[in-house]
Design a protein around this ligand. Structure first.
Ligand SMILES: [Zn+2]
Length: 311
């Protein structure tokens, strides 16, 4: 199943495996000016290539080497063999050998297995800058959802392609490999960019992204604080899951426990341990600690999409 929308100069391509005519889980690729950001899962690769018949691809940028972002890569390259592929240094071994991603069976069933590709280049080679005829995008390290994750920012128009560094909605279940400290740090990095349009991995484009980014940071920190209080009160993980989430959500069942509220509680504990030690000020140091929303004012506004201006 594939859906295509136009947001000014950016083509939003949402992909999902369909079950009984309904999408299981959307994931997105974005096309602008010959650049394709992410390639969706293997199961929709041929539909993606059909969409790209009208949108030639000269370059491909990968946010991270999860199967729903690199699964269409080889199919797109079969159609556009001269396209250059860029990814973070940490993503390259996973693109070259997708077995290293460590996909559980449910992930293989939902998205399909990516094919190996060995021609991707590290963003280091181009000093994290991807240029198209019209746009310049800077890659920004945003680990946490995965270690290899980068986002792409177009500073003139303040567009931010953030992959899975921002996932909307309330967090109720995490995979054990998610790193809350890194996720919160990456969200802060993204907030400091003052984006005016957010293009996330889900394909739900956000036109006023800053409150969403700041709200996500706040909700994660508040969740960690709740876990800290319940830990201090001697509650067990099962009790905390019941009190904060009303028990394990459905995703716990169909991912065979890979995603769970208990993982999220444990991620909060790791975060609390890390920030507790970080908040102890060194002696004789003027240390204010914490994070404040005292970000610099955004630069003067020049960020209207050129296609919007034409209308
Ligand atoms: Zn991902």
């Amino acid at each position: 199943m594939i859906q295509v929308e136009q947001h000014g100069s950016v083509t939003v391509i949402r992909m999902a495996r369909a079950l009984l005519g309904r999408p299981l889980y959307w994931t997105a690729a974005y096309w602008l000016d010959g650049l394709l950001i992410d390639t969706g899962p293997a199961c929709t690769a041929h539909e993606l290539v059909r969409v790209l018949e009208k949108a030639p691809v000269q370059q491909i940028a990968i946010t991270h080497a999860h199967e729903d972002h690199i699964g269409g890569l080889v199919a797109v390259l079969t159609r556009y063999p001269d396209a250059r592929v860029y990814a973070s240094r940490q993503s390259l071994p996973l693109i070259e050998n997708p077995e290293l991603i460590g996909m559980q069976l449910y992930r293989q069933a939902i998205w399909g297995k990516p094919q190996a590709y060995s021609g991707a280049r590290s963003l280091d080679e181009i000093e994290d800058i991807i240029r198209t005829p019209q746009f310049t995008l800077r890659a920004i390290e945003t680990p946490g959802h995965s270690r290899d994750h980068v986002s792409y920012f177009e500073p003139a128009y303040r567009w931010l392609f953030c992959g899975d560094a921002f996932i909307g909605g309330r967090d109720i279940a995490w995979a054990p490999e998610f790193d809350m400290f890194a996720i919160v740090s990456s969200l802060r990095t993204l907030a400091t960019l003052r984006p005016e349009r957010l293009f996330p991995g889900s394909g739900t484009v956000r036109r006023t992204p800053l409150p969403d980014l700041l709200g996500k940071i706040t909700s994660l920190i508040q969740l960690a604080e709740k876990v800290q209080k319940l830990d201090a009160a001697g509650r067990s993980t099962a009790e905390i899951v019941m009190m904060l989430f009303g028990g394990e959500p459905g995703i716990h069942r169909w991912t065979f426990g890979h995603f769970s509220a208990a993982n999220l509680v444990e991620a909060c504990r790791v975060y609390n341990d890390l920030t507790a030690s970080a908040q102890r000020p060194p002696r004789d140091t003027d240390w204010t600690g914490g994070w404040h929303d005292d970000l610099p004012d955004p630069p003067s506004r020049r960020s209207t999409d050129p296609d919007d201006l034409r209308r």
